[in-house]
Design a protein around this ligand. Structure first.
Ligand code: NAG
Ligand code: NAG
Ligand code: NAG
Ligand code: NAG
Ligand code: NAG
Ligand code: NAG
Ligand code: NAG
Length: 334
């Protein structure tokens, strides 16, 4: 099927559009995920692929993962349009208005679009990343390119693209109005032509998720051709959305289970920002073969190690003061 269409595309002189791909799928076609690596010029068989399962007991804290700076995420005028791509629903942003930096990223990134991954109408969850094997209902991806790079250049740079991944958790009784109702009301009869989207900001959708708690690893795009150009940020806290609104994605978009299975981590590591809660017991040590070496103990959750009265100390005998109340110590048997 793919090959036939490729020939058709060649004859139409539209190779780029064709190779960019509408012939892959999540199930029910020749190029389903286990065959994506066979797509010409694809990186889908590489060794830094996404998504992954985040195993929290193996995650290492990285003190360099500082706070993000978001520019115009709160603006209700930067979402240019919403379209049905056939694989997902995508919101394009106005050019050069929305920016991302900090969070341990190397420089400034220009945010261009966000889109979604979901499961099916029977509440089978459809996030791409999983945490300790848990799959959330949905996942939102906010995509940014390193500023100054074209799309083609970004795809060929190991840090060319930064994606922010937010889990979406289905609740029984969440808000049925507000930004998620507004967004999903556009899904009815949505096509691949531009529909303008007003009065919603990216911050409105993210809500009160703690953006200082996140995981970081090097990976890829999660759709063909799976370019290994992505610095991934996956936030620890999910966005809670009423399950009736989540249902609108599979119902109105008429595609289900639009997520790629998790890929091998291989030799890669997943890091976490200092505020991210990690499982206890594995975390501190005396050398530097763990998440928290002594110089980082003050970053441990609920730690007092950065206090003013810490032990041990060096006892400098030249500067001791005699205290008469300190008489001799008696030891009693009990
Ligand atoms: C990061 O953000 C958090 C919450 O917004 C804030 O409490 C903290 O002080 C910030 N850290 C730095 C280094 O600015
Ligand atoms: C984006 O942010 C800049 C600077 O913060 C501001 O001047 C500009 O008006 C913003 N654009 C929109 C559409 O809000
Ligand atoms: C997800 O939603 C369920 C059901 O409302 C709730 O019990 C759970 O605490 C939520 N999970 C998170 C991580 O917020
Ligand atoms: C969606 O399309 C169907 C069938 O074409 C039509 O009956 C319905 O009125 C449309 N709904 C909206 C909200 O436009
Ligand atoms: C957007 O909000 C403004 C002010 O709140 C309002 O005047 C306008 O009608 C709204 N536009 C849409 C499309 O809802
Ligand atoms: C990602 O790879 C770069 C080298 O290309 C490396 O410097 C960086 O530490 C890696 N980041 C993570 C989170 O593994
Ligand atoms: C496939 O990926 C490579 C780099 O990963 C890129 O240079 C190439 O243009 C991509 N092809 C298409 C059709 O997107």
């Amino acid at each position: 099927m793919y090959r036939c269409t490729l020939l058709l595309c060649l004859s139409l002189g539209a190779l780029v559009k064709c190779a960019a791909g509408s012939d892959w799928c999540y199930s029910g076609c020749e190029y389903s995920p286990t065959h994506w690596h066979e797509i010409p010029h694809s990186s889908c068989g590489g060794n830094r692929q996404s998504p992954i399962d985040i195993v929290t007991s193996h995650v290492k804290m990285d003190p360099h993962l500082d706070n993000f700076t978001f520019v115009n995420f709160s603006s209700q005028r930067v979402i240019k349009n919403i379209i049905n791509t056939g694989h997902t629903v995508k919101c394009n942003l106005e050019n050069d208005q929305v920016e991302l930096s900090g969070g341990g990223l190397n420089g400034l990134y220009s945010t261009i679009q966000f889109h979604f991954h979901w499961g099916d109408t029977k509440h089978h969850p459809g996030s791409e990343h999983t945490v300790d094997g848990h799959r959330y209902s949905m996942e939102m991806h906010i995509v940014s390119l390193k500023t100054g790079l074209s799309v083609e250049e970004a795809l060929n740079d190991p840090e060319g693209i930064a994606v922010l991944g937010f889990f979406i958790n289905a609740t029984e009784d969440g808000d049925m109005f507000g930004p998620w109702d507004s967004l999903t009301s556009y899904l009815v009869n949505l096509t691949d032509t531009d529909v303008t989207l007003h009065n919603i900001s990216i911050d409105d959708l993210i809500g009160n998720v703690d953006r200082t708690r996140f995981y970081r690893y090097n990976g890829s795009l999660t759709t063909p051709n799976c370019s290994e150009a992505v610095v991934w940020t996956v936030f620890h806290e999910p966005i809670n959305v009423n399950k009736k609104l989540i249902e609108r994605f599979p119902v109105h978009m008429k595609v289900t289970n639009v997520y790629r299975p998790v890929q091998d981590l291989g030799t890669r590591h997943v890091f976490a920002s200092p505020a991210t809660p990690l499982p206890p017991g594995h975390s501190w040590c005396y050398d530097d073969h763990c998440e928290y070496s002594p110089s980082q103990w003050h970053l441990l959750p609920d730690s007092q190690c950065g206090g003013e009265s810490q032990s041990p100390i060096n006892i400098d005998t030249k500067h001791i003061v005699v205290d008469e109340h300190l008489d001799s110590l008696h030891l009693y048997k009990v």
